[in-house]
Design a protein around this ligand. Structure first.
Ligand SMILES: [Zn+2]
Length: 244
């Protein structure tokens, strides 16, 4: 409940203050279209951890996009949720079109039934931040996907099974060990959707978290079609499947 109150107050504060883009300083949205400029692409970590689904993202984790994600997650600037979620949904549409063999962005994608699963944050991080950044992005992205013509639903099927250590500074192998069996399926996952499952997160670095999330769902009998994030760090392979 406190998280919801904080988020509502943060929204009101954001609306009350004059705003400018944190990338270029132009008066208007906190992240203008020029600075966001999503380029949906398959961006895989290298090496990719075992079990990582096809991983698409909207942008590199640099510049204004990086600033926006940090401001949104760590400083509670929740007005950034909408542009970031739009970039996420836009990327998911491209990924779905590419996966279905329709690698064309200029025409409506074939409608797909998708269940969007947010990667859960650690309870400690949720308390410290006062909001659920990825959960909010996922909920907004569902609405955007529906606006793009897909049959999308939010399916919060994953929760934290235990506390994990700080991932910062760990190698890919250490991250995988740190995350092993750290997630669980929630009661909501008992009713499996008749839809393709999209895992969503804010950024992908080594891919360990997404791989663990996909593994947890797979044990539960659910395959993940795609993982989609707003941004990808540069620790990844080159991008032979760029869609435009
Ligand atoms: Zn800008």
């Amino acid at each position: 409940m406190l998280v919801l109150v904080f988020a509502a107050l943060a929204d009101l504060a954001d609306l009350a203050l004059p705003q400018c883009c944190l990338g270029c300083g132009t008066r208007g949205p906190r992240l203008c279209e020029t600075c966001l400029d999503p380029v949906p692409a398959r961006r895989m970590p290298r090496p990719a951890p075992h079990g990582l689904p096809e991983c698409w993202s909207a942008a590199d984790y640099t510049g204004a996009v990086r600033e926006a994600i940090v401001a949104y997650k760590e400083r509670g600037q929740t007005t950034l949720a909408r542009p970031l979620a739009t970039a996420l949904a836009f990327t998911a549409c491209h990924a779905l079109a590419y996966t279905a063999g329709h690698a064309v962005a200029d025409r409506p994608a074939t409608p797909v039934a998708v269940a969007v699963v947010p990667v859960p944050s650690a309870r400690r991080a949720l308390r410290a931040r006062g909001h659920d950044p990825v959960g909010r992005l996922a909920a907004l992205a569902v609405r955007q996907l529906a606006a793009f013509g897909h049959r999308a639903e939010l399916w919060p099927a994953l929760g934290q099974a235990r506390q994990v250590g700080d991932q910062a500074g760990l190698s890919a192998t250490q991250r995988a060990a740190n995350l092993a069996a750290s997630l669980r399926v929630t009661p909501a996952a008992q009713a499996r959707p008749a839809a393709s499952v999209l895992l969503v997160d804010d950024i992908v670095t080594t891919g360990s978290t997404l791989a663990e999330a996909a593994r947890t769902l797979r044990v539960h009998g659910v395959d993940v079609l795609l993982a989609v994030t707003v941004a990808a760090t540069r620790r990844r392979s080159c991008n032979p499947l760029r869609s435009h």
